[in-house]
Design a protein around this ligand. Structure first.
Ligand SMILES: Cc1ncc(COP(=O)(O)O)c(C=O)c1O
Length: 372
């Protein structure tokens, strides 16, 4: 019996240990430490932004970004149906109305043709989410932003180091966010960042992130939160950021190897490897089971697990989330593509610690599961 292959295993064999020791030796372990500012400046610079605001995780980064935009309760924000719940949570928590758009059946990204049809007099912003390592087609979105005078929120949790027509993901939004959860291209264990060029947005983010502290200290005009990233997390982030390009290269090699071997399996949709605006950088290597496969993703996941392979299902569509149904949201929304891939989709192990023999082992199991 070969060993279990987890869906993700990060690589922490650069300067992580050295920088962590530095935190311990210097005593700087809280958010006041120098690695936080170094990490913020490093990532902001990488995506051509003036400000980086490091926070506790990507979910909080989204919350902070939406909070800082200062929209009015009842304002509508368009977002993809196929994304993590954090995107909609941030809107609903701030009294905004989430308006969902179905995804494109080949890229799994927000269908940019549908976005225009969902714009109303109440629409104030579009939230784009780059899905699974392939960017959203930004040109049509930017045209709508311009035409209707909307704000753009960009969720780059899955697109660190990715580019759209050569321009970094994270450089498009009025405000953009990243996640550094352990399965991202770079990780701090848990962590996130907001980036922006706007001084006011950045200042509001820093203020809300830190309990809305004022001068004199401990007197507060608003209810902030503690969303600060620690120096310990940022130290890992600085070390990881040093190797982002190498990590992306490895993720692309993993993706290419899967593409090459799995294209022989019929009736399995593989990720789009290349468009005219970007090469996939494979945050994950995802599959959608074709209609002739008699079982769904939940069943496939069990079969992979029984053969020692960790996999994960696709996102559950925002318009189908029980919590939002209970609130009476999305009662008229139907997103057939997102709803189909949510039951037919899963992704395979593709962590940076996965070696070629591991990929081949996963591919062999794919043949056993899909072409027994
Ligand atoms: C698109 C997207 N946005 C936001 C998040 C939330 O990030 P976190 O897990 O750091 O809260 C994730 C998490 O994977 C994500 O995939």
């Amino acid at each position: 019996m070969t060993s279990f292959i987890p869906v993700n295993e990060p690589l922490l064999d650069g300067n992580e240990r050295k920088y962590l020791n530095d935190c311990i030796d210097s005593g700087w372990i809280s958010a006041e430490g120098p690695y936080v500012r170094r990490f913020e400046a490093g990532l902001a610079d990488r995506v051509h932004r003036r400000h980086g605001i490091a926070v506790t995780n990507g979910t909080d980064a989204l919350d902070l970004a939406i909070w800082a935009l200062n929209l009015e309760p009842g304002d509508e924000v368009i977002l993809p149906a196929f994304t993590i719940i954090s995107c909609a949570n941030a809107l609903v928590r701030h009294g905004l109305v989430p308006v969902v758009v179905d995804c494109d059946p080949s890229t799994w990204n927000m269908d940019t043709d549908v976005v225009r049809t969902r714009i109303s007099a109440k629409t104030k912003a579009i939230m784009v989410v780059h899905i699974y390592g392939l960017p959203v087609d930004m040109d049509p979105i930017l045209a709508l932003i311009e035409e209707f005078g909307l704000q753009l929120v960009e969720d780059c949790a899955e697109a660190i180091g990715q580019t759209y027509r050569g321009r970094p993901c994270g450089s498009f939004g009025d405000i953009s966010i990243f996640s550094f959860y352990a399965n991202k291209h770079i990780t701090t264990g848990e962590g996130g960042m907001v980036v922006t060029d706007d001084d006011n947005l950045a200042e509001r983010c820093r203020w809300y992130r830190n309990l809305c502290f004022e001068n004199p200290r401990f007197r507060h005009l608003e209810m902030g939160r503690n969303m600060r990233m620690s120096n310990i997390q940022a130290a890992v982030g600085v070390a990881q950021l040093e190797r982002l390009d190498a990590f992306i290269e490895r993720k692309r090699m993993i993706g290419d190897r899967y593409q090459e071997r799995l294209s022989a399996i019929g009736n399995l949709q593989l990720p789009v490897s290349r468009t005219d605006y970007a090469d996939n950088h494979y945050w994950v290597f995802a599959l959608v089971l074709g209609d002739r496969i008699a079982f769904d993703a939940a069943c496939a996941i069990e079969r992979f697990a029984a053969k020692g392979i960790g996999t994960r299902p696709f996102f559950w569509p925002i318009n189908q989330q029980p919590v939002f149904k209970r609130m009476g949201l999305f009662s008229d929304d139907y997103c057939p593509v997102a709803e189909r891939i949510s039951v037919r989709g899963l992704y395979l192990p593709s962590g940076l610690a996965l070696d070629d023999s591991g990929i081949d082992q996963v591919c062999n199991v794919c043949f056993e599961v899909f072409e027994p």
